[in-house]
Design a protein around this ligand. Structure first.
Ligand SMILES: [Zn+2]
Length: 201
């Protein structure tokens, strides 16, 4: 079993204060969360730096990813090392994830920039049912949607500041490998948790 934060912004996002160095340091010192997905806004170029810094630590795993701003709401793609082709419609982004064996996630569906009810029939592989930056109400709506749509639910801190890292996390019944983790998400062998002391605990 591994613990992962599937939604993290680094300084390669225009709005985050988390440097790659800080992210890796926080992973190294955290007692149990050892897997982090880098999901910057519309860019992939932070991945190499984070991976290089994490390379000396065999117990850490960096999952490549990106958060795409589509015309109807944000979608995180987990597992990708490249951007989907434009235009960034929901359909194009979801199709790209399927074709490349990645996992598409409707993140914070009931917050600003979320897909809302559209997530239900969008073809995404999973719903972010616990987002560290969403209200309790918005997360509850997301959980209900995942349940009624029969989709796996994952957690991501959506952190933009170091103190918000790992505020929520996902337990995954998987080995420390990107493929294994993506497979486990698709199968739904995942559970979401809020860290003690976070507003969602
Ligand atoms: Zn985000």
């Amino acid at each position: 079993m591994i613990r992962a934060d599937f939604h993290i912004h680094t300084t390669f996002s225009f709005d985050s204060a988390i440097s790659p160095k800080t992210l890796v340091e926080k992973l190294v010192t955290h007692p149990s969360v050892k897997v982090a997905a880098v999901t910057d806004h519309n860019v992939i170029n932070g991945l190499d730096t984070v991976r290089r810094l994490a390379a000396p630590y065999p117990d850490l795993l960096i999952i490549p990813g990106v958060e795409i701003t589509t015309n109807q709401g944000d979608i995180v793609i987990l597992g990708t090392e490249e951007l989907p082709p434009k235009p960034w419609s929901v359909e194009n982004v979801v199709d790209f994830a399927k074709e490349t064996a990645c996992v598409s996630v409707a993140v914070h569906p009931f917050r600003e920039w979320g897909l809302g009810e559209l997530a239900r029939n969008s073809g995404v592989d999973a719903i972010e049912v616990l987002n560290g930056a969403s209200s309790v109400w918005a997360n509850r709506q997301a959980r209900d949607l995942a349940k009624t749509a029969g989709l796996p639910g994952i957690a991501g801190s959506d952190s933009h500041s170091p103190q918000d890292l790992f505020s929520v996390y996902t337990e995954v019944q998987a080995d420390l490998s990107v493929d294994d983790i993506l497979k486990a998400i698709r199968k739904g062998i995942v559970s979401v948790f809020a860290a003690e002391g976070s507003i969602h605990f």
